[in-house]
Design a protein around this ligand. Sequence first.
Ligand code: ATP
Ligand code: MG
Length: 373
Amino acid sequence: MTGTDYHRLLGMGEEAFENLEDHLERREYEGREYRHVPDYRRGVERGTALIADTVVRGFPKVPRTLVLAEGVPNHFDDRVVVVEEKLNGYNVRVAEIEGERLAFSRSGQICPFTTRYLERLVDLEPLFEDHPEAMVCGEMIGPENPYTAHDYPGVDSLEFRAFDWRDRVSGESLPVDERRERYESFDVPQTRLLGEYDVEDAAEEVRRIVRELDEEGREGVIMKSPDVSTQLKYTTSAANQGDLAYAFTLPFDYGQPFMFRRLIREAFQTVEWDEGDDEAKARAHELGEAILLSMRDTIQTIDEGGRVDEEHTVRAHPETVDALLEHLRGQGLTVDVEDDRREGDDRVVTFVKRVQSTNDKTRNYLEGHIVKE
Ligand code: ATP
Ligand code: MG
């Protein structure tokens, strides 16, 4: 690793790189040391990893608009806007380092679970043989998911959908059409393309699309310029409310900004979509249920002597499951296995990531602890 001019690969001055170095997290994956940028800071994307003699760029933050009609034309300088489905799972970037295909998390850690699991989902060997500098970007989706579980029709366990193809060093994307062709030629499954629109029509079209996705309980859209230099996201009410319903089952463990942001999205959507009193009241009712019924369940569970935690199920090769549990525990999480069985060659494990604050605070309040407010 010595002598690698990371700063040149990152396009930074030596001094700027020295400043960055203090903020890098150092990790090891199976005997290989690497460093990564764990948080947002100026000059380099969060999730950028420095490994062997190369870098693997972070996936850029995708900005959001709260109002389609104004936000879309303001954000795009391009004539055409491409709309793809936004899938609700976890982000993964795959790069081939010294002959090994490694899966990097959003924050730039190598995920031992995803690295192993991907091998059985997609054969990326031919792709990297032809394009060794590629960074395959996509979402891992489905119910048997150790990070962000969400149901998709036809996805029984965990699957991969590619949504971007970048150069791992520069972070530059292939244009959408070229990327879609390439993935198709390598048999790699992709996110759905929902349309390409003139920028003046895009907001209206996206509104129509989002209504349909909402009906199906899907998350939303990512709008992209054809060269992918500009991206913008917008989500359905189903996604906003689904997130709220989940977050409020663990009200003292989720950051309050997480909840507040989703409430704000709902407020702007009801105004932009010109909802009348009845429609707005129906939305208010659903929103109220997402918040209150979730907390009610949690408080009742704890009152009855139970606990609330973050539960996940995974289905994988036994060694892959072990690697996952070790990885999660290595991150300081308390993980309890609740169910562990074999199905064919797979091990199916249900585990919880323990949360503390919601359990402690709720119990205290139930016991009559006074709140100073
Ligand atoms: P960020 O906005 O920084 O990426 P976040 O966790 O807040 O982080 P999201 O709100 O889920 O992210 O929105 C962006 C993420 O959406 C991407 O990082 C990617 O993982 C995911 N995604 C799903 N489908 C797509 C798609 N078709 N194109 C691009 N990104 C997609
Ligand atoms: Mg997401």
